[in-house]
Design a protein. Structure first.
Length: 222
């Protein structure tokens, strides 16, 4: 792999040495000697890697390699762009819809019986919240349901993008003032989607997924 465009001696070190998650790195002083890069420059590059979630720095443990998590890589940029107005949530939402619809079949054929039971439990929990007095919006269930459907898809970019979407969705608070009927409609679709998955009627599930995206499009800003 050509690494010319990766302008970081620190990240190149991680790649060249094929460090696995959990492995510890030498001190910056030792890295400086080995790489011929100043400690100050390496410290800057370490901070970038830390903010990307690629390494952690802890007392007594030093610098440690962490698992790749695409969510940590893109979420700060997404939230920044939405905060400054240089992008809008509707654009990110459009990307998420395209990803879920296009990756649907690859994802759902990998679900096992435990996953399907988990999905049924999420739906039951959501209905319980909606029928409480007072009503509670099942926000956590909403996130769990969609991410569970795609949890077996061995693609860290897809899953990371979807996780970032739900973080941005929660931060946007776009559904804060929607009607109670909106949530009833959403979870009616979710229940039918899960029923279709449990019967392995995968194309029907995809059709219901795309239909239910239409509910989101009724919200201003989405």
């Amino acid at each position: 792999m050509q690494l010319n465009r990766l302008d970081s001696s620190f990240l190149k070190y991680l790649i060249d040495h094929q460090l696995s998650p959990g492995e510890r790195l030498p001190s910056l002083e030792r890295l400086s000697e080995e790489l011929g890069v100043s400690v100050g420059k390496l410290r800057e590059q370490l901070e970038v890697a830390r903010h990307l979630g690629l390494v952690s720095v802890r007392p007594r443990l030093g610098i440690q390699r962490e698992p790749f998590d695409f969510t940590q890589t893109i979420l700060p940029s997404v939230l920044f762009s939405l905060g400054t107005g240089e992008a809008v949530f509707a654009q990110f939402s459009q990307l998420r819809r395209a990803i879920e619809a296009s990756m649907w079949h690859d994802a759902v054929v990998r679900l096992n019986d435990n996953d399907k039971q988990k999905l049924r439990g999420i739906v039951a929990s959501a209905w319980s919240k909606l029928r409480e007095e007072p009503v509670h919006v099942p926000n956590s269930e909403h996130r769990q349901l969609h991410l569970t459907i795609f949890s077996r898809l061995e693609n860290p970019f897809v899953y990371g993008m979807l996780e970032a979407y739900w973080d941005a969705y929660e931060a946007s608070e776009l559904t804060r003032y929607v009607s109670y009927q909106y949530w009833l409609d959403v979870w009616d679709y979710h229940e039918r989607i899960v029923d279709a998955l449990c019967r392995e009627e995968f194309e029907l599930g995809r059709q219901l997924l795309v239909e239910h995206f239409g509910l989101l499009l009724t919200i201003k800003g989405v």
